[in-house]
Write a protein that binds this ligand. Structure first.
Ligand SMILES: NC(=O)c1ccc[n+]([C@@H]2O[C@H](COP(=O)([O-])OP(=O)(O)OC[C@H]3O[C@@H](n4cnc5c(N)ncnc54)[C@H](OP(=O)(O)O)[C@@H]3O)[C@@H](O)[C@H]2O)c1
Length: 267
């Protein structure tokens, strides 16, 4: 059943994947609330989502901080009602060799990618418990395969999958379903930023899969939201990687090691 007449909160909904999902959900009488830091980008997103047919409110917030996240979510609930669907899309990657990632950089990655999800769920849950609903946390292919150059990022994205598995068990009693979105490389402003620091080895590994558009990813994701499959893995390459990692992990390692060796043999 298509998601209709629902209140939907999207953290990280102002650009990229979060915004594309918001536009895809801006049908069927849904109401959207978007959360992110940059107000100008939120306003642009609001115009696009409204143009696509939905009522849309925006809330500037740094989701790394629990108190601010709680205040923003409480405000959104008072203005639009409790969310049926909470989609957490906040995240970023600054790929680097482990040796160049300081403890402070790693902590910032964990706070941006993992604490932001924790904070939003913690703040939204009291409002969702009465009626039930759905929570979708955005991990990555790098959340089930450790990839060269993503020491801090992969750690944060693996954490999201573990956290979501626990939530799935604990929140079932409130009729709250939990899913994890694992995008492959997707053409977004965040991806363009990520490419600036990508080690050559990481770029070579990335060549083994196609780049998705955020629009195609959003279409597939929204379709998957209508079901309850725990892992949402848009695109054929991502699904194949997941299947191979589970059944033939040595092949996944072989493909990655061969890409790494190809680059390092030229140095
Ligand atoms: N694109 C890919 O290839 C790819 C692949 C796998 C997984 N992912 C994951 O998908 C999610 C979306 O990525 P994207 O590529 O769409 O990135 P994006 O275009 O940079 O979008 C990130 C969104 O998160 C918001 N955000 C970032 N830090 C925030 C903070 N501290 N507090 C509140 N909002 C914050 C951004 O707005 P502000 O900067 O204004 O706050 C923006 O709305 C991320 O979790 C990312 O790790 C992406």
């Amino acid at each position: 059943m298509a998601i209709s007449q629902k209140t939907i909160f999207i953290t990280g909904g102002s650009t990229g994947i979060g915004l594309s999902i918001a536009k895809e959900l801006a049908k069927n009488g849904n109401k959207l609330c978007l959360f992110a830091r940059n107000t100008a980008n939120l306003q642009k997103a609001q115009a696009l989502v409204t143009g696509a047919g939905a009522k849309c409110n925006i809330y500037p917030v740094d989701a790394k901080d629990y108190d601010s996240t709680k205040a923003a979510i409480d405000k959104a609930v008072s203005e639009t009602g409790a969310p049926y669907l909470l989609i957490n899309c906040v995240g970023r990657a600054y790929p680097e060799h482990f040796e160049n990632i300081t403890a402070a950089m790693m902590e910032d990655t964990m706070r941006t990618n993992f604490s932001s999800v924790w904070n939003a769920v913690q703040a939204a849950l009291p409002h969702m418990k009465a009626k039930g609903g759905k929570i979708v946390n955005t991990s990555s292919i790098g959340g089930f395969v450790g990839v060269f150059g993503y020491a801090d990022y992969s750690a944060s994205k693996f954490a999201i999958i573990g956290f979501s598995e626990v939530l799935k068990q604990e929140l079932a009693k409130y009729n709250i379903k939990v899913q994890v979105l694992c995008p492959p490389d997707t053409d977004t402003p965040g991806f363009a930023e990520e490419n600036k620091t990508k080690p050559e080895e990481t770029k070579e590994i990335s060549k083994t899969a196609k780049l998705m558009t955020s629009e195609a990813l959003a279409k597939e994701t929204v379709k998957a939201l209508e079901g309850n499959t725990f892992m949402i893995i848009p695109g054929g390459d991502g699904k194949l990687t997941y299947w191979m990692k589970r059944h033939f992990p040595f092949i996944v390692n072989m493909v990655m090691n061969s890409a790494i060796r190809k680059v390092q043999s030229k140095k």
